[in-house]
Structures are given as structure tokens and as C-alpha cells.
Ligand binder design. Structure first.
Ligand code: AMP
Length: 623
């Protein structure tokens, strides 16, 4: 009876409408903003992230304040993008579905203007518009804003970023002086502050969370990789998160298209969203993403603005935005409506400074994450498969007829054998792809970064960089070593300073590292008796034979270390070759993505377990 929206002053018709949408109680911004806005006599500034429920925070009071008996525009909502415009329009239509006489129109570019003009002529009270098209319609003298009482500037910072300042000025000049202006913005740069000052009279200000802060439900992580390993790193992150449903941000349209094309070629269920696509194409892509027929949406900042898709698990910054402020908007695509989300940046060593700047703006710290090893990915995928088996819905009536024959086929096999074989069906393919997967983590910090650069040269051959000798050690990530651990281990036991160590190349059962030439002898002497977990630690010069990336290294390891993957020693490091180094993948699946692992070609996937990573030609609904 005492519905919390009703307690805030919302009428029954609207309360019932939001109940139908599943809104049981107001979000914090709604709780605070609705009573203030319902008074209807003040300007307002709301600092709120996208995903906090701000559309209802201003939408519900607007519906209460407008006189729907009068068929004239009384509220104008300006927002930066067509997507957001459509979203707001649809939300407000939903909120007002029980309100007699309520008419809302969406005015945006890239769509038939005649239809929009017709709707306006038929009479509307709430106009939701992007600035460009709105000005066009004003220019045609096709709308009368003399009755406008409320103007909402939604995502004001984005509108300014997109250069709409002049347009906004022109539009607002056609509205009455005594209207009230409500401004919402995720961030509060000086330009937005200026708008607030110029257009508003002593506005009530509400801040949800800290100013410019990101959503509290979002965790922020960064992965440090060499620039050329970026694409491989992206794939590895995706592979390590079998249930990922993500927006991947690139800086340019070209990058967006390029990354999407490579992912599709590699068998991932991905597509691009950018400004070079026609509106129809963009709508199609968005619809597929909304319906979860696609797992990875690769987008530019502009195209992704206003995307309101719930349950996005990750935002991946394939490249950092030029405007640091844009990071808040990007990350706001996840962690919506009370859900949690992870925002990931894939960066090179030169970009760590930018991460620190972002930290200052969002008031939250990033976690430096390590890219999982090939082994980790295999394990994760294997158990994801096992869990799918546990949870799969069995169609008893359909499968029943085959059971006797299946039992017959398996008659000779024990339960354990069947399980092993069944799991291997997928697992072998994972191992095949990741058998030589390189460590993609780059060294942290500027000095470590330089080591990385030096190391890049040496990866193509086994000689150390100038003044350095490249050494083999029979310890690696399977011993739970990170690069930092290995650095301390070598320094402590070899009694040398960290400064004497060059590039560290952490592998699975072994690693390589460089040391200054004049410390090599003492290092060997000091390492004579060193043990790790009751195992002798072996250090050797890595020899002069060219080490072709992972391949030579793997062979090298055959004598020592043991641990995982005894049979993983043929073939090249497909992952590295696949993209970043300028070498596009040449045809086929060699070294390529996930499709290989799934054990499914594009043609034989239908009916198999996941429904993820379908190629571009065959996209199925998940689950
Ligand atoms: P917004 O910030 O307006 O884009 O809203 C983000 C998401 O939260 C949308 O999917 C809304 O439908 C949803 N939402 C808004 N208010 C509520 C509420 N009170 N309860 C549950 N979900 C809400």
C-alpha cells in the first residue's frame, strides 16, 4: 500500500507503470531528486552516473508536473545521441503509459524528419531530442516552444564534448525565460559548471557519490602488455571469462572495425558499432547486442554513448580514451542498475601515467591485473564446460530414444573413462591453442618498460641485449611466480641488484631473464646450491641458436621443470602471430581463436554447448 514511489509524491498511474517495469523502490538518485523536482519551481543540477536510474529521477516528476490536457510542448529533454534519445523516449512512454493524453516524441538525426514533424503536429507535451535535429526543426518553424516549462539537459558533459554548446544555446533561446532547467551530468568539468552558471538560477545541486566519481559497483583493472600483444591480450581476457558480455572500446572507427573483424575471423561472437555504419546497421548491431545474440560489442566512444544495456559484465578499454573524462562514460556501461561490473584497460608501459590520472578523476584505484597463462585459460574453460554440463536442461522425451544405443556404445567404458574422453573433446583443443601461449604481461614501471623494449629485440633471438646475457631458469608461472617474484628470487639468491636485471620473460615451466654481462659469473656461483620447493634450481646461458619466440623455449624446457604440459612442445606461438605484430592471421584457423577450442567449426556448432563465439555467418542466441 505504501509504495515507496507514492511516498515520494508520485501518482498512482505512474506508480503502477513503474511497478510493471519491476521498479520496487527508488534508486538513491530518485529518492533524492524526485521530491525536489516535484516542487517544480527550481533549477537543478544532478551529478549522476549513467545507470543510476536518472531517467526516472527526472522523468517521473516531469510526468507529474505536465498538464496533459494541453497538447503543446511543455518539456524538452536534450541528450547527446540518438540511442539515448530513443531510450529516454521509450522510458518516458513506459512511465506514462497509464497517464491519459500523454504524448512523447523522439527527435533525432538519421531518421525520417517528416515522420517526426507529423508527430509534433499531432500534438506532444514532451520532446526528447538530439541538438542537431532539434535545431533543424526549429529552423523550419515547425515547433512552438512558448509553453515549455522544463528543459532537461541530460549527459550535459557529453553534449559539450560533442561540440553541441552553440546548438544548445540556440535551442534554449527559443524557450521561455521562466522555464526551469534541470541538468544531469556524469562529470562536472568547468564547461558544464559554466552552463549551470549561465542558464540557471541558484540551482539545487545533488551529487550522487563523489563528484566525477565512477559507479561504486564497478571494479577497475589494468593489464600491462606490449603494444603488439594487445589483441592477443584481449582474446586471452575474453577466453578467461567464458560468460563475458562486454563492450570493447577503441579510439577510432578504423580500429573498431579492425578489431571486430579479427575477432569475428577468430570465431568470436562480436560486431562493430561506429559512425561509418548506416543508422540501420547500427540499430541492427545494437538489437543483437541487447538480445544477447552477440557477446562482444566493439565500439567507438561516440557510437556507444547512450547504450543502455543491462548486465554488461565487462567494459574493455582496448585503447584509452583521449579525453580522460570519457573513461567514466565508458565504464558506466557496466555495473548498471545495482549490478556489479569490471572495467578493464589494456595498456602499454607508457600509459601507466594516464591510469593514475583516471584514478584521480574517478576517485578509485585500479588493480594491476596479470593476464592469465594459457594453462589458467584452459582450466577455466574446462570447468566452465563442466558447469554447463551440470546445468544443462535435458530434454528427456527427445533424448530417451537414443539412450539404449548410446549406452551400448559406451558399454565397454567406465564412468571415469567416459568423463575423461568427453572432457578431452573440448580440452584437447584448448591445450592445442594455448600450448605455446606466451606470457603477455609486460614489465611495469618506466624502467621495467625499458627492459621490455630491450627484450622485444631479444625475443627474436636468444642473445641478450647489448651488455646483457640472456639466461634460462627452470622456474616459471607454474611455480606461482610472477615476473616480480622471479626478479626478487634471482636478486636475493644471486646476490645482485635489481638494476642488473634486464628483460624478464616469464613462461610456464621455465623463464628467461637478462643480466648484465659482468654479473653472470657471480650469479652462477651463487646459484649453485639454490633450491626451490626441494627442487634444484637450474640457470643456464640460453645459447646462441635463435629462439623463435615460444617454440625454442618450449623445447628448451623439455629436460627440466616438469609440471604441466609435458606434451605441449610442438608448434609455434600462434597467438602472437595472429595480429598485433602487424602480421594479420593468414587464413584458416592456425593459431586462431576460440573456435578451435570449442571443437566446433562454424557449421557444426549448432546444438553444441555454449552458443558463444559463433562466427559472423552463424549467430545464435545464447542459451
Ligand atoms: P538510467 O540511469 O536511467 O539509464 O537507468 C539504468 C537502468 O536502471 C535502467 O535499465 C532502468 O530501467 C533501471 N532502473 C531505473 N530505476 C530503477 C528502479 N527504481 N528500480 C529498478 N531498476 C531501475
Amino acid at each position: 500500500m505504501n509504495n515507496p514511489f507514492k511516498l515520494l509524491g508520485i501518482s498512482d498511474d505512474v506508480v503502477n507503470a513503474v511497478k510493471d517495469l519491476g521498479f520496487e523502490s527508488p534508486t538513491p538518485i530518485q529518492e533524492q531528486a524526485i521530491p525536489v523536482l516535484l516542487e517544480g519551481n527550481n533549477d537543478f543540477v544532478g551529478l549522476a552516473q549513467t545507470g543510476t536510474g536518472k531517467t526516472a529521477a527526472f522523468g517521473l516528476p516531469l510526468i507529474e508536473l505536465i498538464d496533459f490536457k494541453i497538447n503543446k510542448p511543455q518539456a524538452l529533454i536534450l541528450c547527446p545521441t540518438r540511442e539515448l534519445c530513443l531510450q529516454i523516449t521509450s522510458d518516458i512512454k513506459n512511465y506514462s503509459k497509464n497517464t491519459p493524453g500523454a504524448n512523447v516524441v523522439a527527435v533525432y538525426g538519421g531518421a525520417n524528419i517528416m515522420q517526426q514533424l507529423r508527430e509534433i503536429r499531432n500534438g506532444v507535451q514532451i520532446v526528447v531530442a538530439t541538438p542537431g535535429r532539434m535545431l533543424d526543426i526549429i529552423g523550419r518553424k515547425a515547433i512552438d516552444f512558448s509553453s515549455v516549462k522544463y528543459v532537461v539537459l541530460d549527459e550535459a558533459d557529453e553534449m559539450l564534448n560533442m561540440g553541441f554548446q552553440e546548438d544548445i544555446n540556440d535551442i534554449l533561446s527559443t524557450t521561455p525565460d521562466d522555464k526551469k532547467t534541470w541538468l544531469f551530468s556524469a562529470t562536472m568539468p568547468p564547461e558544464v559548471r559554466r552552463i549551470a552558471k549561465n542558464y540557471m538560477d541558484n540551482p539545487t545541486e545533488l551529487t550522487m557519490g563523489t563528484k566525477n566519481a565512477g559507479n561504486v559497483n564497478i571494479e577497475h583493472e589494468y593489464y600491462l602488455v606490449r603494444a603488439r600483444d594487445k589483441y592477443a591480450a584481449l582474446k586471452r581476457i575474453v577466453d578467461f571469462n567464458p560468460e563475458i558480455f562486454a563492450v570493447v572500446f577503441c579510439k577510432t572507427k578504423l580500429d573498431t572495425q579492425d578489431v571486430a573483424e579479427h575477432l569475428i575471423k577468430d570465431g568470436y561472437n562480436a560486431d562493430a558499432l561506429h559512425g561509418d555504419l548506416s543508422q540501420q546497421q547500427r540499430d541492427k548491431v545494437m538489437q543483437r547486442f541487447r538480445d544477447r545474440n552477440m557477446q562482444l560489442l566493439i565500439a567507438t566512444d561516440v557510437a556507444a554513448r547512450g547504450i543502455d544495456v543491462n548486465n554488461v559484465t565487462h567494459v574493455i578499454n582496448y585503447s584509452l580514451p583521449d579525453e580522460i573524462e570519457s573513461y567514466t562514460h565508458r565504464s558506466g556501461r557496466t555495473g548498471r542498475a545495482g549490478k556489479t561490473g569490471i572495467s578493464i584497460c589494456i595498456i602499454n608501459t607508457k600509459e601507466v601515467g594516464k591510469i593514475r590520472q583516471i584514478e584521480r578523476i574517478i576517485g578509485k584505484q585500479f588493480t594491476k591485473a596479470e593476464l592469465p597463462t594459457g594453462f589458467d585459460v584452459c582450466e577455466k574453460q574446462l570447468f566452465s564446460l563442466i558447469h554447463k554440463v551440470q546445468n544443462v536442461e535435458v530434454n528427456e522425451s527427445q533424448i530417451e530414444q537414443y539412450i539404449p544405443r548410446i549406452m551400448d556404445e559406451f558399454a565397454e567404458l567406465s564412468k571415469e573413462d567416459i568423463i575423461k574422453r568427453f572432457a578431452s573433446l573440448e580440452f584437447n583443443r584448448f591445450l592445442e591453442y594455448y600450448k605455446n601461449a606466451p606470457d603477455l604481461n609486460a614489465a611495469a614501471g618506466d624502467d621495467r618498460g625499458e627492459r621490455g623494449v630491450r627484450g622485444e629485440r631479444t625475443e627474436r633471438g636468444s642473445r641478450g641485449s647489448d651488455g646483457y646475457t640472456r639466461l634460462f631458469i627452470n622456474l616459471g608461472s607454474v611455480d606461482d611466480f610472477t615476473r616480480g617474484d622471479l626478479l626478487s628470487f634471482v636478486c636475493n639468491n644471486g646476490k645482485i641488484s635489481g638494476k642488473s636485471i634486464g628483460k624478464i620473460d616469464l613462461k610456464g615451466v621455465y623463464s628467461f631473464f637478462e643480466v648484465e654481462n659482468d654479473t653472470v659469473d657471480s650469479l652462477f656461483t651463487n646459484f649453485k646450491e639454490v633450491q626451490f620447493n626441494n627442487r634444484g634450481v637450474r640457470i643456464e646461458k640460453s645459447g646462441d641458436a635463435p629462439v623463435s619466440s615460444e617454440r625454442g623455449g618450449e623445447r628448451r624446457s623439455s629436460g627440466g621443470g616438469g609440471g604441466y604440459g609435458g606434451g605441449r612442445r610442438e608448434g609455434g606461438g600462434g597467438e602472437r602471430k595472429s595480429y598485433g605484430g602487424g602480421n594479420r592471421r593468414e587464413g584458416g584457423n592456425a593459431g586462431g581463436g576460440f573456435r578451435d577450442f570449442s571443437g566446433r567449426s562454424r557449421d557444426d556448432k549448432a546444438g553444441s554447448t555454449g552458443g558463444k563465439r559463433e562466427g559472423s555467418g552463424e549467430r545464435r542466441r545464447r542459451s
